[in-house]
Design a protein around this ligand. Structure first.
Ligand SMILES: [Zn+2]
Length: 256
């Protein structure tokens, strides 16, 4: 599970977004983006690496640098993330320049020259969910089970990944908005209920090659599947209303 330690924590994400005032940090000469990326409802920012893990500027990695820590990240909109990482711009957006860009932006936020419209709790909720769904593939939560009585073996990975997330990010998922918290709690309870139930069933056929497992139709399993799928749907629908960017983000991949 060493790959999990390399992902960005909720704490670092929160500090990054809060210090950036929820706005794109890009500023260069007279060109200032300052787009609102976290306005309390919708968050559209990206956590860009100043020194890449394997990507742009990764040749400047040193052993003592925490690549996924706040110090090595800059909060940007999607467009400016692409611009700073574009191969033809790497001689302009050097490690030195990106650190300067970040501190100029944070300085403007601190001194009140750039107002901050987000609420602290919504940024915290966004950071928690954003980090969690780097561990869990939010679309697979539904897809792995939707073909019941065939269930994808990766369904069981959710348990390991959720526990890994909780270990790396104590206290585990602390969501501030009650509705969001209720829907998440319902989802995770339904998940564990179904997983424990399936594990206790005899004669599940596993097809290692395709990754699907099957069993004879069973009424109790069917009811638990329906309840689980409803809980995933209601969670995804509130995330789509609050933080649609989370639905588009890639699951963390250690081999990128
Ligand atoms: Zn921007």
């Amino acid at each position: 599970m060493s790959k999990i330690n390399r992902s960005i924590s909720t704490k670092d994400t929160s500090i990054l977004i809060a210090n950036a005032g929820g706005r794109c940090s890009y500023n260069f000469n007279n060109d200032i983006c300052n787009k609102v990326l976290a306005d309390g409802r919708v968050n559209l920012g990206e956590r860009a690496h100043i020194i890449g893990v394997n990507g742009p500027r990764s040749e400047f990695k040193t052993n003592d640098l925490e690549l996924n820590g706040y110090e090595n990240l800059i909060w940007l909109c999607k467009d400016h993330h692409a611009i700073i990482d574009h191969p033809t711009n790497l001689n302009v957006f050097t490690v030195f320049e990106l650190h300067n860009m970040k501190s100029r932006h944070e300085q403007r936020v601190r001194t009140g020259r750039l107002p901050y419209f987000g609420t602290e709790t919504s940024v915290q909720d966004y950071a928690s969910l954003c980090t969690l769904f780097l561990f869990l593939d939010i679309h697979a939560l539904y897809g792995n089970v939707a073909s019941f009585p065939r269930i994808h073996i990766n369904f069981y990975d959710v348990e390991d990944m959720y526990e890994a997330y909780c270990m790396d990010n104590p206290p585990s998922l602390s969501l501030f908005e009650p509705l969001l918290r209720d829907r998440f709690d319902r989802f995770i309870n339904c998940y564990f209920d179904l997983a424990n139930h399936l594990r206790g069933l005899p004669n599940i056929k596993e097809d290692q090659f395709s990754g699907w497992m099957e069993k004879q139709f069973d009424q109790v399993s069917y009811q638990k599947v329906v309840i689980y799928l409803e809980s995933v749907e209601s969670l995804i629908s509130i995330i789509d209303q609050r933080f649609p960017q989370i639905l588009q983000q890639d699951v963390y991949n250690a081999f990128d």
